[in-house]
Design a protein. Structure first.
Length: 511
């Protein structure tokens, strides 16, 4: 190992040898150090030379491209620029009107002389017919050859047609005697001052004193003055003497007390909301517009003690009736809305083509008269029981309704957004209770309805639809093999029945 490291060890001994240390005073040390540093700087300064800056070579030039010339760098000026002053400074933001020379004439768009006359004639024609009802407008459209697309559009179409006829653009059609309305006058709020005054109104009021003033059904712009004896006879025939009503000899207070006891006995005291401040409603009749000799019974129920619960049950029944489309589609004719009519007719046409494209198709249209006033209570209960049993078999035992809206669902909802769960069994019990305790006052006589549903109850439309769907199901199942040849559509009380490829004898036997 020493043989390998011999030269290295020898060098280390020479380097670590001790030399004699020379001690100098502080003054001599400072002078020597400063002199040595100055001498070094002189030597380095003598070696300095002034040389030119190295310049770069020429820039490369590419093929067919001119050399790139960049602008020289410039130091931006820091001197502030002088601001440009505006001519006029205002605090207001309003537009300043520029004064024009008085010699400049105002330019106006030229117009035809007869354009204004046509517009005035058209407006006058509209004022003459705006007070007419729908039937009178339909008659005018028929006599003058104008298309009728509703009351409002008909007024514009008739006015435009008469304007074109008056100014010779088209030839007019002579009106028949039935369409002559020259003796009638219409009055608007604009010209009421020239045709009516307060004395005329007072005179008409005094002349009609003692008469029964009632609006016509579905036409509240017309008021009919009726003899009190005639109106009383109509009330007696429609309510008191009708076989669908039964006279109750007990006072109203006793009847309401019995209703509340029956409510507790049926176990609906927690389900129903009884309002003791309400009372039995008073009924009246409205004359039909098409025939004033016929009357429509109206029984408002907004003042009944159970009106709030009736509204909730109505929402639940509407939910059940709206879900009739979940039933087999070929076992009922119910239409939820008019918008479903096109798809239902398309489906019927496809089925008829599958049977026999060249076969004979017959159709019959029905209108159920007095549908709501002739529905038996026992059959209504049977129909509701059938529908509730159907959904109970599907696993639905309650329906949730919104107390502040129209929504109803079978699903689960939160309890803080005004939803209330109604058991289907309680809904059936309330329908039975409501039909049994249907009371109204007519001509001061307390009546109980035994047939039909009061026109004014919130449960009236869904109960009627459920009853019709129940009997439609029975009718369809009774056809058996002929079911594929019979089709039907129903919207409330309007029914259309169709048959395809049936013999006349079979057709008469079925329909």
């Amino acid at each position: 190992m020493e043989a390998n490291l011999g030269p290295l060890l020898e060098f280390a001994r020479k380097a670590s040898g001790k030399k004699k240390v020379v001690l100098l005073s502080d003054d001599k040390t400072a002078q020597a150090s400063s002199g040595s540093e100055t001498e070094k700087l002189r030597k380095k300064g003598g070696r300095l030379t002034i040389s030119e800056k190295r310049k770069r070579g020429p820039k490369p030039v590419f093929e067919d491209n001119p050399p790139m010339i960049t602008p020289s760098k410039r130091t931006p000026r820091t001197k502030a620029k002088e601001g440009v002053t505006v001519g006029r400074v205002t605090w207001s933001r309003n537009k300043i009107k520029t004064k024009l020379s008085p010699f400049i004439e105002k330019l106006r768009s030229p117009g035809k002389a007869d354009a204004l006359a046509k517009l005035r004639f058209r407006n006058q024609a509209m004022e003459e017919i705006r007070g007419l009802d729908a039937q009178e407008l339909q008659l005018i459209c028929k006599n003058e050859g104008v298309c009728y697309n509703g009351k409002v559009k008909a007024i514009f179409n008739i006015a435009s047609h008469r304007t074109r006829v008056a100014f010779g653009e088209i030839e007019g059609v002579e009106q028949s005697e039935s369409g002559d309305f020259e003796d009638e006058e219409s009055t608007t709020s604009e010209d009421v001052g020239s045709k009516l005054n307060l004395s005329d109104v007072a005179r008409v009021k005094s002349e009609l004193e003692g008469f029964v003033l009632t609006p016509l059904d579905r036409n509240f712009t017309e008021t009919l003055a009726l003899c009190p004896a005639v109106y009383h006879a109509a009330m007696m025939d429609t309510f008191v003497l009708s076989p669908g009503y039964q006279i109750v000899p007990h006072p109203v207070g006793e009847v309401l007390r019995e209703m509340r006891e029956d409510l507790h006995h049926d176990g609906l005291e927690c389900f129903a909301l009884w309002d003791g401040k309400r009372k039995v409603a008073i009924s009246y009749v409205l004359l039909k517009h098409k025939d004033i000799a016929r009357y429509r019974p109206i029984c408002p129920t907004f003042s009944e003690p159970l009106v709030r619960t009736g509204r909730l049950v109505s929402k639940a029944l509407k939910r059940l009736s709206h879900l009739l489309f979940k039933l087999p589609i070929d076992e009922h004719f119910n239409l939820h809305a008019v918008s479903y009519l096109a798809s239902k007719l398309q489906r019927i046409n496809n089925k008829i083509d599958q049977l026999n494209p060249t076969g004979l198709v017959r159709s019959v249209v029905y209108d159920i008269k007095e549908m709501f006033s002739r529905l038996p209570h026992s059959e209504i209960v049977e129909a509701v029981d059938w529908l509730i049993r159907y959904y109970r078999e599907k696993g639905e035992f309650f329906v949730r309704v919104n107390t502040r809206g129209r929504a109803a669902t079978f699903g689960l909802t939160t309890g803080g957004d005004h939803w209330k769960a109604l058991k289907l069994d309680d809904v059936l019990k309330f329908v039975k209770f409501d039909l049994k305790h249907t009371f109204t006052l007519a001509t001061g006589v307390l009546l109980r309805q035994t047939v039909g549903i009061l026109m004014g109850k919130s449960t009236r439309p869904p109960l009627a639809c459920i009853l019709c769907a129940f009997y439609e199901m029975r009718f369809c199942r009774s056809l058996r093999n002929l079911r594929r040849n019979v089709f039907g559509l129903r919207l409330i009380d309007d029914v259309v029945l169709l048959s395809a490829s049936l013999e006349l004898r079979t057709y008469k036997a079925i329909l």
